[in-house]
Design a protein around this ligand. Structure first.
Ligand SMILES: [Zn+2]
Length: 280
């Protein structure tokens, strides 16, 4: 059997600390903050055979990797940038509940919503998210469904390793990519204005040490009017990372726009992205 393609991308914010990391692995491990990220996992609960790269993905394999990372780096945060729903018969048969249960079991901390989360409408999504042990963030939508509005917050702040880390979420304009019945209980708000509001709040009022945007906008536009991760990074300074999705792109290295690092790791849980922060 071919070696699995489950992999990770690694990078470090400061090269000086890159050297320290290797000289003193244990000390750095216990103080480093690690962010593991997925996007567009699309109900791929089981591993599967990709015609080009062989055996890939699977929640069991993802869990092993995440737990191994946690054992090495106690300050590990696990996030998802949306579209964890839809894509295999599991979603059609079990309506997205196993995805939530398994993400709970793996220990996801914060996720944002993708357009496919709305495939069975707002009411069904609220029922699923009620079961989630993780935080759900989205700052550029108004949800008319009261239960959904209660479950989805614009931002959340985590205190990890003595640092305050602010997360907020952004979601693309669903009017083009979701059936009207399924987005009608939502109102799309300008992502740039929403991001600016979040950065103002997280930076100036909450005094976060790190600001992370979980984005399901996409780094590249599909049509001209799309607001992308690049637009957010260009127009809203102060975001350290945009952990993105939607385009199903594998970025081997972060795309840097205006000091903001944009990352994205393909689709279907083939990869887990790994950001190691040793000092900030
Ligand atoms: Zn999407």
């Amino acid at each position: 059997m071919k070696a699995n393609r489950f992999s990770e991308t690694n990078f470090y914010l400061l090269s000086a600390f890159f050297i320290l990391f290797f000289l003193n692995g244990y000390a750095q491990s216990s103080s480093s903050i690690v962010i593991l990220h997925t996007n567009d996992t699309h109900s791929h609960l089981e591993n599967y055979s990709d015609p080009v790269v062989g055996n890939v993905g699977g929640m069991v394999r993802r869990n092993s990797f995440i737990q191994e990372t946690r054992a090495q780096f106690p300050n590990t945060i696990v996030v998802d940038a949306g579209d964890f729903s839809q894509g295999t018969p599991y979603f059609n048969l079990f309506k997205g509940f196993p995805e939530i249960e398994l993400m709970n079991a793996i220990g996801y901390d914060v996720v944002t919503l993708g357009n496919h989360e709305f495939d069975n409408g707002s009411k069904a999504l609220a029922k699923r998210l009620k079961r989630a042990d993780f935080k759900v963030v989205c700052a550029n939508y108004h949800f008319k469904n009261k239960k959904l509005a209660k479950l989805v917050k614009p931002y959340t702040i985590m205190n990890v390793g003595g640092k305050k880390i602010g997360f907020f979420g952004l979601l693309c304009d669903m009017r083009r990519v979701v059936m009207p019945n399924n987005y009608r209980e939502t109102t799309f708000l300008d992502p740039i204005a929403a991001a600016q509001k979040m950065v103002d709040l997280l930076q100036n009022r909450a005094h976060c040490d790190l600001i992370i945007c979980l984005s399901h906008l996409g780094i590249n536009a599909e049509i001209e009017s799309d607001v992308t991760d690049r637009d957010i990074a260009e127009k809203v300074p102060g975001i350290d990372f945009i952990i993105g999705g939607h385009n199903h792109l594998l970025l081997d290295e972060p795309v840097v726009v205006n000091k903001t690092k944009i990352v994205q790791v393909k689709k279907n849980g083939i990869y887990v992205g790994k950001i190691v922060i040793n000092n900030f």
